[in-house]
Design a protein around this ligand. Structure first.
Ligand code: 7XF
Length: 400
């Protein structure tokens, strides 16, 4: 358990995990080494046997990685954390560490495209039963739990429709079952600054640290946090033997640096997104805005309850055909057409043809991802400049 429990978020994001090296370096150094020297054959044996703490080989841990892990764990109020080479590395490591052939995973139906692919095209090939249902219907979740259900999995807000799922309610349903069920939440869209699923009853949290945690668009990384025994299993089995999805010391260094400013970046992302969502909602060229901070958005009440602010992601549909949506993106000033999110730059993309192509057209329609849906990752630019760029673009849309 971290010793930062009584400190504020900003103090933890800067100091948790930090350790002075022999030279007193302020910033945790990049330990660019694959392996670590043992003082003796006996010491090597003791480390492998788990009888002595210390580093062995960088697939099993590295001091730069440890800083990230302790920091994220402190921010999520978790006992322990594990850093990985990508968000998918975190999700795959956490799921492979929790499931075996014959087990059942119950997941929400709206997931980042590659998570959807991992579950429906991946896990099913290895004898794991997968059911995807709408977790906004808690009664359905209750009915869908089976005797072999081992994991309940979801994102909230969901990528890209911003559907809200009540973490406390779903965790309570899963934990009421007459056998143990592990509740795993992807907290990428919120970060621990806006939402802490473990405090609401979840068992573990996964992140694409590529997004807000790092925040600068220059790293692909992931993290898992949870109870110490679960993280030990993820580290010494899931990551070491099954996925090998190890973060590099340099990426761990950048991630540690990015996380030191998480709260002030998130505040600006949220402010810019709220202003932009309000403008979009009032513009005649816009048919629908998907943003948890709009009081008439489904799930607003859940967002109010479990998030401290409403986040930096907005999706919306134009009151126009698909070609007009592409034309809008092609001529939009300031925003870059790119997948990913949580960067300083505002990014726009179309989930149906980009991030969510693992879904069939029928599956996209079922979860409400329309062909023309546009997702915005609202950046840290000056609010008025962003509003002006989107307004200019929208004013030119030929509405139906
Ligand atoms: O392996 P990654 O670091 O790219 O993370 C995977 C991932 C996991 N969970 C969520 C909620 C995510 O959004 C992602 C990555 N999503 C990007 C996006 O939606 O733009 C990936 C670009 S294809």
């Amino acid at each position: 358990m971290s010793d930062h429990k009584n400190q504020g978020f900003a103090t933890r994001q800067i100091h948790a995990g930090a350790q002075r090296d022999n030279h007193g370096a302020l910033c945790a150094p990049i330990y660019q080494t694959a392996t670590f020297a043992f003082e003796s054959a006996e010491q090597g044996g003791r480390r492998f046997a788990g009888q002595e703490d210390g580093y062995i080989y960088s697939r099993m841990g590295n001091p730069t990685q440890t800083v990230v892990e302790q920091k994220v764990a402190a921010l999520e109020n978790a006992e322990a954390g594990l850093a990985t080479a990508s968000g998918m590395g975190a999700i795959a490591t956490a799921l492979w560490s929790s499931l075996k052939a014959g087990d059942h995973i119950l997941s929400d139906d709206t997931l980042y495209g590659c998570t959807f692919a991992l579950l429906t095209h991946g896990l099913t090939q290895y004898g794991i039963e997968v059911d995807l249902i709408d977790f906004a219907k808690p009664e359905l979740v209750k009915k869908s739990i089976k005797p072999n259900t081992k994991v309940v999995y979801f994102e909230t807000p969901c990528n890209p429709t911003m559907k809200l799922i009540d973490i406390a309610q779903i965790a309570a349903i899963a934990h009421e079952a007459d056998h143990p069920i592990h509740v795993m939440v992807d907290n990428t869209f919120c970060t621990p600054y806006l939402q802490r699923p473990l405090d609401l009853g979840a068992d573990s949290v996964v992140h694409s640290a590529t997004k807000y945690l790092n925040g600068h668009g220059d790293v692909v990384a992931g993290v898992i946090v949870g109870k110490q025994d679960f993280i030990t299993r993820c580290k010494s089995y899931g990551l070491k033997d099954l996925t090998g999805s190890v973060i590099s010391p340099f990426d761990a260094f950048l991630l540690n640096r990015g996380m030191k400013t998480l709260d002030i970046r998130m505040d600006r992302h949220c402010q810019n997104a709220m202003a932009l969502a309000n403008m979009l909602a009032e513009h005649p060229a816009v048919r629908k805005v998907y943003y948890p901070g709009l009081p008439d958005f489904e799930g607003y009440a859940i967002a109010k309850k479990q998030m401290s602010q409403f986040g930096g992601i907005i999706s919306f549909e134009l009151n126009a055909d698909r070609a007009a949506a592409a034309n809008f993106l092609n001529h939009l000033e300031l925003a870059t057409i790119a997948v990913s999110l949580g960067d300083t730059e505002t990014l726009v993309q179309q989930p149906a043809s980009m991030t969510h192509t693992a879904y069939s057209p029928e599956q996209l329609a079922e979860v409400g991802i329309s062909e023309g849906l546009i997702r915005i990752s609202v950046g840290l630019e000056t609010t008025d400049d962003l509003l002006a760029a989107f307004k200019t673009g929208l004013d030119q849309v030929k509405t139906r």
